[in-house]
Design a protein around this ligand. Sequence first.
Ligand code: DMJ
Length: 616
Amino acid sequence: MVFRKLPGVSASGMGLRLSQKFVFLLFLSGLVTLCFGALFFLPDSVRLKRIFLSKTETQPVTVGSGSENDVREHLKRPKDQEHPRKPSVSHEATEERLAGGKAQEDLTLLRSKTESASEKSTSSDHGATSDTFSYKKFKRCLLRPPLGTDDGKPSDPKTNERREKVKEMMKFAWDNYKRYAWGKNELQPLTRNGHIGNMFGGLRGASIIDSLDTLYIMGLVEEYNDAKDWVQTSLDLNSNGEASLFEVNIRYVGGLLSAYYLTGEELFKNKAVELGEKLLPAFNTPTGIPRGVINLGSWSWGWASAGSSILAEFGTLHLEFVHLTELSGNPIYTEKVMNIRKLLNKIEKPHGLYPNFLSPVSGNWVQHHVSIGGLGDSFYEYLIKSYLMSDKTDDDAKKMYYSALEAIEANLVQKSPGGLTYMAEWRGGILDHKMGHLACFSGGMIGIGADDGAPEKRQHYLDLAAEITHTCHESYTRSATKLGPEAFRFDSGAEATATRLSDRYYILRPEVIESYMYMWRLTHDPKYREWGWEAVQALEEHCRVESGFSGIRDVYTLTVSHDNMQQSFFLSETLKYLYLLFSDDDLLPLEDWVFNTEAHPLPIVHEESGPCMSLS
Ligand code: DMJ
């Protein structure tokens, strides 16, 4: 009835004249186009673009994956949270302060090249959407320059001499790898050849990828450039073998991510994302808990063949996967790890403990073996580091870490008759009074988490961290070589010594030195540097051979027998942690970086003055 009174509106109800209809439709379509287009010019356009152009649309949907909301929730920082911001020092300003000298010039050149490389944002062939991540912006969000004011050079000449020694060890290990095993995974220094192994599913160059960031922070310019060139020309990710999801993630993805964040070279980002995509089918299980082994070349294997998944393997993906989402703009990586988190949070835990084996099919624990060493270790490490890496916003990770630590203290932490604190293993309620070398990382872990524990527990956690580190040092000092065994016991009269022949070996592992490094940063007690130096001397005396470094079969005999393997983690972790131990704290400061479990530094997502990274 209303329409009838209006001029131009026909008596036939909604009817308009043809010309009026045309003008009206034209106006309407113009309005719609304008609104849609405007979305892309809003300040938050990256997120909107992601909603409309999201790659997830083309990704296979996996069973049990978390929702996008979980991801956003996880990445979002509460606006009311305040963080005291230290005065930001620009990296460029730091470079200007670098002193002269040939190596220094090379280093400056290298670093300025990498700065400009980061500005030339090239697009990726492999899903890295470079428009979604700004490297320049990321650098501005760091509180301090990654390499410190003088590359972390300590003012004390004795410490500097020690640092130089570690650098020389790295160069020696690298040169021999390059000479005898270039492109293979690891060097066999006695037989002077390369080793491929079966952990990496046909991927090559594990020592190269694991070394990139160590070479870079040590200023080994030529060596870093060789490594980068190899990644450019020879790192082939189209391999077809069965790989350990965990090992590929911590060494290759972690190594490439760190190399990217330190240098800004798009190449590393693109390779990391390309490889990350290849890992996704591992999550196609009924629960979304990934299998431990993945065929890198095939998308078709079934979950039914899976055995149990290992806590330290599926629980050690979080840091790298969150960064894959940051760099690619694709939420799927964070969804996958948040789904693991959700399941672990929900599942019933015996005495609050996390057993080492879980069925990816049923989502239930398979047996009740709990260990802070092998099979469990880095799961706990990634909880506290996820919290720290989120700029202390990931409250679930925080809660899970501190309640796990409480359960560990209540059930596993023991004091030996001789007064040494150690972490026993737990088998269905029965304690096995054994501590693995791997468990020695926990000194550092408990140390870096001490400050965020309940106020009344902070000093206690720091003391516990120091006690564990002390025990691990004892396992070194009680051997003839002053290197520690693979596992040491606290029963049948033993105190921090191996009682079984099969536990006496040392394979260049980093965990004890890793804890020295963290405890040094946290306390500045000079004993940690002294302990680190003892380790350097022992490595030089017993593990250095003519063509590299080798593990040894028995730390209790001075007639050493070498195992002929220079592990890639020796270059990525052991030597890096030693170098950091003898450097000033502003080399990769802990306010800005967390180290993944292979010692690859990943940046903390700071968001104090607005979002620093793409998804936040
Ligand atoms: C490294 O590959 C990692 O530190 C991992 O978490 C445990 N084992 C080795 C070094 O011992």
